[in-house]
Design a protein. Sequence first.
Length: 227
Amino acid sequence: MVSVGAIGSIECDRETVAIAERNSDVYAAVGIHPHDAKDCDDDRIAQLRDLAQSSRVVAIGESGLDFHYMHSPVAAQEAALRRHLELAMEVHRPIVIHCRDAETSIVAIVREVGMPPRGGVIHCFTGDAAAAREFLTLGFHISFSGIVTFKSASTLREAASIVPDERLLAETDAPFLAPEPYRGKRNEPAFIARTFEVLARLRNVDRDALGAQIAANAARLFQIPAA
């Protein structure tokens, strides 16, 4: 699994990397969540650069824009996203993007700064099919969480049905966003099976075949051993 350390202080990133270095099946992503973008300064980027020297760090992020909760000012979020894109290019890692009510702005910034050569993923995608196509055109993978199982998520399920096989990923976002029928409970990695079931039904494929495809996609994007 790839565990994202980017929330709160740099200590969370450090602890995530330490866990990955102690466990052969765990890898880390390091960055500054858009909620904390106001704390993205030269020193914090330097510390992330140092952490990315670990072979267990397979991505930069999650960075991005969250115009729903607005815990950091828009200008700070946009500046942080630019710096994360540049860092991902510098350390030769893919980028993990958080997007909440900000698809148009993220597309514009990625076009301005450039896509990291190693690519990236739109984490916990919540947009519609049109937004998915925009991100796919830029070269992103699209990752779906337990939200795709919610009864109210018909627009998201439509988007999930059009993502090419080789660009599809899935995730838990644990401890949040537990899929049905566990919605409202603490999420955990095992619940990914329920998300696979829904994605497989949407795409009219066998669940195990879909799981193998997603595992191969993750291995290629993050350059980790195939499951």
